[in-house]
Design a protein around this ligand. Structure first.
Ligand code: ADE
Length: 220
């Protein structure tokens, strides 16, 4: 998969790419990520990227030209162009699964109250990572990259996904590691029993019970 990120703050990203699963996926060639400062595409004086809003109002609005030209330079017939914006479709795990099957994502980091509305016309999807306002689309872009990259075939072991939260719309079961007793709190004895059938049953039951208790909306 190839991912292109369009931003005015490219310096946010290198540290994110150099850790953990995203780093390994880049090193093994399973994903190629490039960050583009769309200011470089501006044809305006002093590489201008924003201007005052028509009709008045506070703040500056990102202009069409730099973003349109940057997308034109990157887009192919395989591309999905995604605008990060709080009024987009709310991002969830099944959305991440479907994006992980794509060949090329172009992520546009907008700014709230923020961009010329005509920019929406070049986007295939508009995505929000939740009902709150961030100062820009950079953190949402990282959320998408992180959640998608780990789902690309072969990036992590297939069975790691099977039991994790939101797979089959259930939350994950509780995990424990050594010691078996810590400050008087015991690991459930079934997990020490070596009986894998019983352990599977226990975990499935815990997934269901946790979901019912914490996220009953997922069971509907
Ligand atoms: N930009 C600002 N807030 C955002 C959000 N919640 N989701 C996506 N992009 C955003």
């Amino acid at each position: 998969m190839k991912i292109d990120i369009l931003t005015l703050f490219p310096e946010f990203f290198p540290s994110f790419f150099s850790h953990s699963i995203v780093k390994r996926a880049i090193q093994s060639g399973q994903v190629e990520i490039a960050v583009h400062n769309f200011r470089d595409y501006s044809l305006g004086k002093n590489k201008k990227v924003d201007d005052t809003p028509y009709g008045g109002g506070s703040g500056m609005v990102l202009m069409c030209q730099p973003i349109f030209d940057c997308v034109d330079a990157l887009r192919t017939e395989d591309s999905i162009v995604i605008l990060l914006t709080p009024d987009g479709k709310v991002y969830q795990e099944d959305f991440a699964y479907s994006l992980s099957r794509e060949k090329h994502l172009i992520l546009i980091c907008g700014h709230y109250e923020g961009f010329d509305d005509r920019i929406r016309s070049i986007c295939d999807l508009e995505v929000s990572i939740g009902d709150y306002i961030l100062t820009g689309g950079e953190i949402p872009a990282m959320v998408i990259v992180d959640s998608v990259v780990r789902l690309i075939d072969g990036v992590i072991k297939e069975d790691s996904h099977i039991n994790e939260s939101f797979h089959h719309q259930l939350l994950d079961y509780p995990s424990y590691t050594k010691p078996a007793v810590f400050r008087g709190m015991e690991v459930p004895s079934v997990l020490l029993s070596g009986n894998h059938k019983k352990i599977d049953e226990y975990r499935r039951e815990m997934m269901y019970n946790r979901t019912k208790e914490r996220r009953p909306d997922l069971l509907k």
